[in-house]
Design a protein around this ligand. Structure first.
Ligand SMILES: Cc1cc2nc3c(=O)[nH]c(=O)nc-3n(C[C@H](O)[C@H](O)[C@H](O)COP(=O)(O)OP(=O)(O)OC[C@H]3O[C@@H](n4cnc5c(N)ncnc54)[C@H](O)[C@@H]3O)c2cc1C
Length: 44
């Protein structure tokens, strides 16, 4: 069975909010976030 995957481009407010919502609602998803800068938002 194939695993569902979320690819997030951009690790600031929108990207990390989307990633954290999907982590809570669909814990089985694999989530990969790409951020061009050295840091991501951590308050999402
Ligand atoms: C001067 C200013 C002051 C503000 N003050 C406030 C405030 O006081 N309170 C408030 O709530 N909002 C404020 N905002 C608005 C807030 O900053 C934005 O609404 C919010 O940052 C938008 O988040 P975002 O994730 O949609 O986009 P962005 O913050 O633009 O994040 C996009 C991310 O994608 C990354 N990225 C871009 N291209 C690539 C790529 N090709 N590969 C990988 N990563 C990539 C960037 O590095 C960035 O981290 C302010 C905005 C500005 C400009």
């Amino acid at each position: 069975m194939s695993k569902e995957r979320l690819i997030v481009i951009g690790g600031n407010a929108a990207g990390m909010s989307a990633a954290s919502q999907v982590r809570r609602q669909r814990p089985e998803y694999e989530i990969i976030a790409f951020e061009q800068s050295p840091h991501t938002s951590y308050s999402a």
